[in-house]
Design a protein around this ligand. Structure first.
Ligand code: FAD
Ligand code: NAD
Length: 452
């Protein structure tokens, strides 16, 4: 057994943990990061990056397969896809990023220790790997252990029952795929396989897909799923799977594979969190505005602390905690956390939804009236702005549209900078771009939209 000492020990090298380590290193804090997997966590290895790679591949395939039936005068043959090669390409991107993250941590002089961590007490962690066990003592410890997919007891992962990780590594497109859970992951990956030619059925327990969003935002996604041939069964509960059939309370579905995406649970078990008796918020570790847990010197960041379980939230928390440990006067003071669902079309939400805050109103601008949208054959969707009646402060922006994810930074910047309707309406937006829709939504809110 060899002992290590440091000022800051981080459990987990996902987006929360590795950003915390890099920032801590930049601030001169002696830092160790422990992970039992590869640097980058869920996001880089089996989440954000691989799913977006597969979404891109499916988009390209679908475009080629359907170009001939479009209005552009393009004719193509019938494309084929070697999914094994697509997955190898995706894995190559992941590997490059693994190496990149490891390099960035090294450059910041944060030490990476491979192995499984477990608290012995509030200042000591035991790390076990194939070579044995070592203990690491630290003044501060950050729990950044992330999350894992929720497993349904009647649909245990294995064989034909896939988790998101399994689905990202399929080397053949199944003839039919049932997706249980019509949230972020189910719809992103369900769309991938529908575009690659699988017969996809989505089974969602609530009365609409993406139930966290309002109906107007999800309607263009539901329409596109229908156009892609996806069957969506809402208000439906899966019950079990046998002999190529998924049974539900609304009837049976023939499915070669079943993808279960019904949410993610925090990774708190086996780390010693129960023994330390850290206060929990439901299944999550409870934190305050400094990401401090109920035990002094122990912080928690990212998915282990609850919703929204998003990589960029984990990163922002990691950065803040490193600065706090360095003695900076910082706290969680973000006005809004943008969320993007990479469906087709994409959905972006940032800040308050209509009706969420008293004294607010909303206005939208449809892409049907946007020249750029017409030139890309994607007129579905809109940009919506929510503002405070008293001072016209923009408190929420949402949008649904093809490729709209790239506008999410404009939305969060506007809200974070405290922009009001007049600020956005009087800012020159380049023509022809989708972004003009944001300016027009603000103009519409002020009663003088120019293109509608
Ligand atoms: P994680 O990324 O889960 O990292 C935790 C790390 O801790 C892991 O590497 C794990 O090995 C390690 N660990 C856990 N316990 C121990 C232990 N005891 N000892 C040692 N190491 C341990 N979010 C977005 O913002 N955008 C997206 O597009 C997006 N797409 C996604 C797609 C999919 C398919 C999935 C599954 C998730 C997606 N997410 C997305 C969510 C995103 O991946 C998470 O919010 C993010 O990874 C959380 O970061 P984290 O640092 O909290 O935890
Ligand atoms: P989710 O919470 O987005 O969706 C789960 C869905 O499953 C919900 O709509 C829920 O009503 C439904 N459901 C639950 N139990 C069910 C049952 N028994 N039968 C049928 N439907 C059922 O969860 P997810 O898609 O697993 O994603 C987990 C988390 O990962 C998300 O909360 C999100 O924060 C993160 N994520 C983010 C992105 C992104 O930012 N683009 C992408 C993927 C995942």
């Amino acid at each position: 057994m060899s002992d290590l000492n440091c000022k800051l020990l981080i459990i987990g090298a996902g987006p929360g943990g590795y950003i915390c380590a890099i920032r801590a290193g930049q601030l001169g804090i002696d830092t160790i990061v422990v992970d039992e997997g590869k640097p980058g966590g869920t996001c880089l290895n089996v989440g954000c990056i691989p799913s977006k790679a597969m979404i891109h591949a499916a988009d390209e395939f679908y475009k080629m397969a359907h170009a001939g039936s479009g209005p552009l005068g393009i004719s193509t043959g019938s494309p084929t896809i070697d999914l094994k090669q697509t997955v190898a390409w995706k894995d190559g991107i992941v590997e490059r990023l693994n190496t990149g993250v490891a390099g960035l941590m090294k450059k910041a002089k944060a030490r990476f220790v491979s192995g499984r961590a477990r608290f012995l007490d509030g200042k000591t962690v035991e790390v076990t790997d194939n070579d044995g066990t070592k203990t690491i003592r630290a003044e501060y410890i950050v729990v950044a252990s992330g999350s894992a997919p929720v497993e349904l007891p009647f649909l245990p992962f294995g064989g034909s029952i896939l988790s998101s990780t399994d689905a990202l590594n399929l080397t053949e497109v199944p003839d039919s795929l049932a997706v249980v859970g019509g949230g972020y992951i189910g719809l992103e990956l369900g769309t991938v396989f529908a575009k690659l030619g699988a017969k996809v059925t989505v089974v969602e327990a609530e009365d609409r897909i993406l139930p966290l969003y309002d109906k107007a935002l999800t309607a263009p996604v539901a329409k596109r799923l229908k156009d892609l041939g996806v069957t969506v069964m809402t208000g439906t509960k899966a019950q079990g799977y046998a002999d190529g059939t998924l049974s539900t309370d609304k009837g049976d579905i023939a499915a070669e594979k079943v993808l279960v995406t019904v949410g993610r649970r925090p990774r708190t078990v086996g780390i010693g969190i129960e023994e330390l008796a850290l206060t929990q918020d439901g299944p999550f570790v409870k934190i305050d505005k400094f990401c401090q847990t109920s035990m002094r010197g122990i912080y928690a960041i990212g998915d282990v602390t609850g919703e929204p379980m998003l990589a960029h939230r984990a990163m922002a928390q990691g950065e803040m905690v490193a600065e706090r440990i360095a003695g900076h006067s910082v706290e969680w003071d973000k006005r809004a956390i943008p969320a993007v669902c990479f469906t087709d079309p994409e959905v972006v939400t940032c800040g308050a939804l209509p009706g969420e805050l008293e004294g607010t109103k909303s206005a939208d601008f449809p892409f049907m009236a946007n020249g750029r949208a017409m030139t890309t054959e994607r007129e579905d969707g809109f940009i919506r702005v929510v503002w405070r009646e008293a001072d016209h402060a923009v408190v929420g922006i949402q949008a649904v549209g093809a490729g709209i994810s790239e506008m999410s930074a404009a939305f969060s910047l506007a809200i974070e900078m405290g922009a009001c309707l007049e600020d956005i309406a009087s800012t020159i937006h380049a023509h022809p771009t989708q972004s003009e829709g944001l300016q027009e939504a603000c103009l519409r809110a002020l009663g003088h939209a120019l293109h509608i």
